[in-house]
Every structure is written in structure tokens, then in C-alpha cells.
Design a protein around this ligand. Sequence first.
Ligand code: UDP
Length: 234
Amino acid sequence: MKYKRILLKLSGEALMGTKNHGIDSDRLTQYAQEIKRAKDTGLELAIVIGGGNIFRGVDGEKSGIDRVQGDYMGMLATVINAMALQSALEKHGMYTRLMSGLKMEQVCEPFIRRRAIRHLEKGRIVIFGAGIGNPYFTTDSTASLRAIEIEADVVLKGTRVDGVYSADPEKDPNATRYSNVSFQEVYEKGLNVMDMTAFTLCQENKLPIIVFDMNKPGNLTDIVAGKEVGTLIN
Ligand code: UDP
């Protein structure tokens, strides 16, 4: 096994499946199955989930909602997704803990770094909800920050494309996929991996990122086993 402790980042949008908002139960089940297969290899696993399927602070701004207020709404959206994911994982027999960047004692624990690490050591999957608890950040930044804090070996960014391309593959037919690319090259070429805050955190702390297609069955387990899947940024 190549990685012992990983942080998996899933976007909120991924949970929509074929719907145009909300949570698709088939997709949730599919993710739970993929996560179980990876977890069963003996891996320590933490998950950050986004909220874009429900609410984004910047979108709120367009409809007149104050940015900071909207960002808190976005953070609450991630908690809804996190609770749905927690429920799906438990239904598939996994032990989980939900830790939140905002205090919500009735539904989740507050984020306490040492406690998060203890949960991981005990084999529980830790889901981080509510981002880092501050406006003007994203769940990508949350993934980078929490991964560093829990000393994860790698951040796995699960998306619907199979890696990082030289251009947008949905628009440019000549776009080519990188299997391995350096932080410097991503920066120089302006490649789309994560937002800059999230990316810089990983770069400065020498935390590798793998961008991969989370919707392809077996990908997650293959990465954990050390197979080359998606794009490795290091
Ligand atoms: N958000 C925030 N601080 C954080 C994490 C998230 O303010 O630390 C808000 C922000 O408004 C963001 C929304 O929550 O747009 C949902 O998260 P994100 O857009 O990262 O979700 P994803 O794109 O991964 O679905």
C-alpha cells in the first residue's frame, strides 16, 4: 500500500449525479462503495466535502446576499452533504465521525486536531464539514489545510475529469493530460488544479495532490495501491 493516511476531497457538485441540484442517492451509494473498498485495504481516511450543489457564497452575491453571509450559508451546505455522506458510509458498515469547522454540537463534533488524528488511528473515517469555518475560503483550501494538520500523505481530489489537462478538455480537442506535473509547472502554465490558496498551501508544505476521476469505479482503490491514476502534482 502506497499511502497510509489520505485526505479525499469531493465536490458538492459531484453528489448531484445526473440531477441539477441536491443529492443523488445513487451517486451517494456509489461513492460509499468506492470508499469502502479503499478503506478495507487498511487505509486511514479523512474526507472533505464541498457544498456547490446547494449553495456557494459567490453565487449568493449575485442575488444580493452579502458575501460573508453567503459564505456561511455555503459552509452550512457542506454540513448537509457531510451528513448525507456520513449516513451512506455508516449504512455500508463503516465507522465515521463528522467534525465541523463551525460549532453545531447536536449534529457533529467541533474540529479538534488531536481528536481527529485519534479517530483516524482508531479506524474511523473522519468527515470534515463546514469548511475551515471562515468566509472567503473554499473546501479545496479546507482539504489542503486539514490534510497538512492531520499529516496526510496526499490529497486526492476526486473530480469528473481524469486529471489535469494542458487546456480545458471539454472545449479544446488538442488538450493533453499530464500524468505527473510539478507545482512550479502548474503555476507557470496556469493549469487548473485548485484555487491558489489551496494550491499554495500544498506547495509550501510539500503535500502531493492527485487529481482523478472519482466516478470511475476502482480508481480510488487503484490510487491507494500505488497505481498511476489521474495526475500527480508534486
Ligand atoms: N465556504 C467558506 N469557507 C470554507 C469553505 C467553504 O466560506 O472554509 C463556503 C463558500 O461560500 C463556498 C461554499 O462554502 O462557495 C461551498 O464550498 P465549495 O464552493 O468549496 O464547494 P464545492 O465547489 O467543492 O462543491
